[in-house]
Design a protein. Structure first.
Length: 205
């Protein structure tokens, strides 16, 4: 039986993933300010110098954590993730929204626990990470509205900009956190509510 050769690149990628996981857990549990690079290095089993060499600063590490939570371990932007292709190929608006909500849920479930972290640093340089991410999310949802509008007309009197705003709020990590993490909604109930809300509040039925 041939042995699987583990390259230096594989080891570096595994170490990076471990450091990001430790940072995510520490940021969510202890907060950004209480978390130190030394804490993260200890939890991930690396020297603190390795952490600094890889990410440079704690702010840049937070950026990398946020990016990983949005992109996933495969580091694919949402438009290249499988759910997006299924949404685009869906023959009708209801099925397309089903794939949209299911796909975005995976991202929101990872991002929502970070919200208190970004609220705490909103006025600090680290707050730029969240603002940049939200701007990218808004732009992505604008593209989603344009794509979904090919399958059904927007509600009468609702323009692309307003439709984007509605999607931006409904499919937000804040709403997911409030209903699922804080109010204890089952994920299935959240998905059903979201699918109905997006379908009937944004599109003409």
């Amino acid at each position: 039986m041939s042995e699987v050769k583990i390259t230096r690149h594989d080891k570096a990628a595994e170490t990076r993933t471990r450091m990001l996981g430790a940072a995510y857990q520490s940021f969510c549990e202890a907060g950004y300010r209480a978390t130190t690079m030394a804490n993260i290095a200890e939890q991930s089993g690396v020297a603190v110098q390795t952490l600094y060499f890889t990410f440079g600063t704690k702010d840049r590490l937070l950026q990398a954590v946020h990016d990983r939570m949005v992109l996933g371990e495969d580091e694919l932007p949402p438009v290249r993730q499988p759910w997006h292709a299924k949404m685009t190929a869906a023959p009708d608006i209801s099925e397309a929204i089903h794939y949209l909500v299911a796909g975005v849920e995976v991202i929101l479930a990872r991002v929502a626990p970070l919200i208190p972290v970004f609220l705490a640093v909103s006025e600090d340089p680290a707050g730029v990470v969240w603002r940049r991410g939200e701007q990218l999310r808004l732009e992505g949802y604008r593209d989603l509205v344009a794509e979904l509008s090919k399958k059904a007309h927007l509600r009468r009197g609702l323009g692309q900009s307003q439709a984007t705003d509605l999607l931006f709020v409904l499919l937000s990590p804040e709403v997911y956190r409030a209903l699922v993490l804080e109010r204890g909604w089952p994920a299935s109930r959240w998905r059903a509510w979201l699918e109905r809300s997006v379908l009937f509040d944004i599109f003409d039925q």
